[in-house]
Every structure is written in structure tokens, then in C-alpha cells.
Design a protein around this ligand. Structure first.
Ligand code: SF4
Length: 185
């Protein structure tokens, strides 16, 4: 027993080491996101995150965007507590029957122009929860989705890249109703 305890104390973790996203590519990507956000929106991008029934794995990756390494707020992107202050809804998980109305009400409370990003495989089609008696399905079954970020869960880098892709889409350019004064929108 004592041997087993000692072995477990000094043995390195068996889990796979996290990949190390290159600092240079993170900085380059974040600068692109910031430029695009300012060009398209003329200000910061406000995100309301909605957990429609996830296992919280996707939330862990989204929360990482706020840690000291990714530090999302320095690029003008921030999470807000109310959909009334949001430009974008970041929705995770399969939509459960219990959360369906909450998601619809959150969507309706978000002022236009607004965008919905479905994060993770569950948000696409229910993922491993598809077919459950408690699940409606993917996010698109309930509200219109502008972008889906695949993965189980997607990494913070993938989420950042997807935000940049969304900011660069023609649809978003068309939907922004005000002039930015830069002449390219
Ligand atoms: S995609 Fe994976 S991590 Fe995200 S909610 Fe579904 S099972 Fe959890």
C-alpha cells in the first residue's frame, strides 16, 4: 500500500500534455481580431455566452479566453452578463428541452444586428446527446446560427479564429447598419 502511494505521488500525470499554441500566432490572430472588430463594429465586440445544456467542456475552453494567457479583453472583445448588451451569442451544448425557451428569449432580447455562434459538436447536431429524450437538437433547431465551431470541445485558438472569420464575413458587413467612416464596410 505504501509503495502504491509513493508511486502515485511521484508518477507524472498520465494525461496528454496540452499543445502549446505559439505565442506569435496568438498575437497575430488577436491583432487581426481586434482590427476586424474595430473595422466592422467601430467599437468592442460584446458576447453573451449561453449554455443550452452542455457538459461544460466547451465552457472550460471559452473561459480560458479570459485567462492571463489569452486575455481576450485586451482586443476589445468581452463577455457581458445581459443579452441586451450583446452583439453576439456564443451558444454551447445540445439544446435541452428545459433550455429551449431560455435560448429563444435570450435571442429575442439581443438587439439587432446580432450573430449566433454555435460552439462544439453538440451545438451542431446534439453530438453525443443526440436522440436523448431531454434534447431538442442542435442550436439551429431553435435560433438561426451564423457560424458553427466544430470540436469536442474546440480550443480557445479555434474559437478566436472563428470570431475572426465571422467578423470577416460578407454577411456581417451587410448586416452592420452604421457607417464606420473607414470606407471599406
Ligand atoms: S461538444 Fe463536447 S465538450 Fe462541448 S458540450 Fe458537447 S460533449 Fe461537452
Amino acid at each position: 500500500m505504501r509503495n502504491l502511494l509513493f508511486r502515485n505521488i511521484f508518477r507524472p500525470p498520465l494525461t496528454e500534455a496540452a499543445p502549446d499554441p505559439s505565442t506569435a500566432s496568438l498575437a497575430e490572430l488577436a491583432a487581426s481580431v481586434e482590427r476586424a472588430a474595430r473595422r466592422r463594429l467601430g467599437r468592442s465586440l460584446s458576447i453573451r455566452q449561453v449554455d443550452a445544456g452542455s457538459c461544460n467542456g466547451c465552457e472550460l475552453e471559452i473561459h480560458a479566453l479570459n485567462n492571463a494567457y489569452y486575455d481576450l479583453e485586451r482586443f476589445g472583445i468581452r463577455f457581458v452578463a445581459s443579452p441586451r448588451h450583446a452583439d453576439l451569442l456564443l451558444v454551447t451544448g445540445p439544446v435541452t428541452k428545459n433550455m429551449r425557451e431560455a435560448l429563444e428569449r435570450t435571442y429575442n432580447a439581443t438587439p439587432a444586428p446580432k450573430w449566433v455562434v454555435a460552439v462544439g459538436d453538440c451545438a451542431f447536431d446534439g453530438g453525443c446527446f443526440a436522440g436523448s429524450y431531454a434534447v431538442v437538437g442542435g442550436v439551429a433547431e431553435v435560433v438561426p446560427v451564423d457560424l458553427h465551431i466544430p470540436g469536442c470541445p474546440p480550443s480557445p485558438m479555434q474559437i478566436l479564429q472563428a470570431l475572426l472569420a465571422l467578423l470577416d464575413t460578407a454577411r456581417m458587413v451587410k448586416a452592420v447598419p452604421f457607417e464606420t467612416g473607414e470606407g471599406d464596410v
